[in-house]
Design a protein around this ligand. Structure first.
Ligand code: PLP
Length: 447
């Protein structure tokens, strides 16, 4: 079949998704796939949830679209009320957008405008981390630390200083405790701030739990609190990106709750609407909104589809179902169940170096040798082979290469829907283990 869709890859043929059933998608041949990655950590309620679909239908019948420079809508107001009620301390407003990259772009501009409004226009630098992902638009790509994604576009990107990720498996020294390692990372950030000049830095940007680029990298205890204190000392904003790890994925509504840290700007997207509609948002601290109010009286930004009523209706329904059905408890319980199964099946595997993550957000890092943590030859594209072998077995997972530096390393990210059952988890882990072994068997003897 010829296609006129410019797909992500021009080399691979994709199956056609024709139907859905809870945690499963079905293709045109009738083959069923367990969605163990929620696409890319999106489908928190699985597929075809009747309550969300009913809410979308009702909203379309009422009012599908109204431009936000002319009107607000009840549904946008209700969703913002709900999000602020569940947000970290001091968050007073929500800026709606249509996805994660747009949320980051808006947050970067809010941070810059904040300092212009309060009379500190000399602040112009962002600091972010290597091995991060913040989206594919130019601003988001610039703060992102995925070398492979950035490389060919580098001449177009604003200069951003990147510091080390919090990557305990590879970077904590044997003579350090987790807390000491975290303190060392905070020192590195402090040095980067000093180098740029503290009065010139706008914000530090980080995923609370690293997602797509390095596979569920969790912050060590105390690290984010140290970052928060450092930012406060210099009047620098903390922008936490929870587009992937937020909205319940790690077992609390916001991942940063578990680190005892309150950001100035918090971006959310994927699990907000669960894939039923494109929606993202920036949760904003009151001091930033106050500065806009006292100053220019506006946030100088906007897109045609911000605050889209149908998208807001979907997100409101998703969030209501999560609360009504106690799904954050399910994430904690099933997340532990997933980790236990991974540990049992893969914990002693000669090519599994690390099993990490929080809640239903888990990473499996593959290594050629466990003792030395040597990675596989990147030309073998082990991650792509695992994805193909998993799809052949009716399993969707989210593998990536370049885990440690954009080139070397392979991992698999798992982010199943919050409604996943014990039986689903058994099948996910069995199929994943079989896919990993089949992919490894394809590699030449010298790896
Ligand atoms: N930020 C993070 C942490 C992400 O994981 C992603 C997407 O994977 C984005 C931003 C970009 O989101 P989107 O693909 O919706 O633009």
């Amino acid at each position: 079949m010829t296609t006129h869709v410019l797909h992500r890859s021009l080399r691979h043929k994709l199956p056609t998704a024709v139907a859905v059933d809870g945690v499963r998608l079905i293709d045109g041949q009738g083959k069923s796939y367990i969605d163990a990655s929620g696409g890319a950590a999106v489908s928190c309620l699985g597929h075809g949830h009747p309550d969300v679909i009913a809410a979308i239908h009702a909203q379309i019948d009422k009012i599908a679209y109204a431009h936000t420079s002319f009107f607000t809508t009840e549904v946008a107001e209700q969703l913002a009320d709900k999000l602020v009620a569940g947000a970290p301390d001091g968050i007073s407003h929500v800026y709606f957008v249509s996805g994660g990259s747009e949320a980051i772009e808006a947050a970067l501009k809010m941070a810059r405008q904040y300092f212009v409004e309060i009379g500190q226009p000399e602040r112009r630098h962002f600091i972010a981390r290597r091995q991060s992902y913040h989206g594919n638009t130019l601003g988001a790509l610039a703060v992102g630390g995925n070398e492979w994604r950035r490389r060919q576009f580098a001449p177009l990107l604003i200069p951003v200083t990147h510091v080390s990720p919090c990557y305990e498996y590879r970077d904590r020294r044997a003579d350090e405790s987790a807390e000491q390692y975290g303190a060392r990372l905070v020192q590195e950030l402090a040095a980067a701030i000093d180098e740029l000049g503290p009065q010139t830095v706008i914000a530090f940007v980080a995923e609370t739990v690293g997602g797509a680029t390095a596979g569920a990298l969790t912050p060590v205890p105390g690290y984010l609190r140290g970052v928060r204190e450092l930012c406060d000392r210099h009047g620098i904003l903390l922008l936490l990106d929870e587009v992937m790890c937020g909205m319940g994925r790690t077992g609390t509504l916001h991942a940063c709750e578990q680190d005892g840290v309150v950001p100035d700007l918090l971006t959310i997207a994927k699990g907000l609407g669960g894939g039923y509609q494109p929606i993202g948002a920036v949760l904003v601290q009151g001091k930033i909104v106050d500065a806009f109010e006292r100053g220019s009286g506006l946030f100088q930004h906007g897109h045609t589809y911000i605050g889209h009523p149908t998208a807001c209706a979907a997100a409101l329904a998703v969030q209501q179902v999560i609360a009504r059905d106690n799904l954050l408890d399910a994430v904690k319980r099933q997340g532990q169940g997933l980790q236990d199964r991974l540990q049992r099946k893969l914990g002693d595997h000669p090519h599994v170096g690390d099993l990490r993550g929080r809640g239903l957000f888990r990473g499996v890092e593959l290594v050629a040798d466990r003792a030395s943590k040597q990675t596989f030859d990147p030309t073998h594209r082990l991650h792509a082979r695992i994805k193909a072998q998993a799809m052949a077995r009716g399993l969707m997972v989210y593998p990536m290469g370049g885990t440690i530096d954009g080139q070397h390393g392979d991992h698999v990210l798992l982010a199943p829907p919050f409604i996943v059952t014990d039986d689903d988890l058994d099948q996910i882990v069995d199929r994943l283990a079989a896919a990993i072994d089949a992919a490894l068997a394809e590699l030449p003897a010298t790896r």
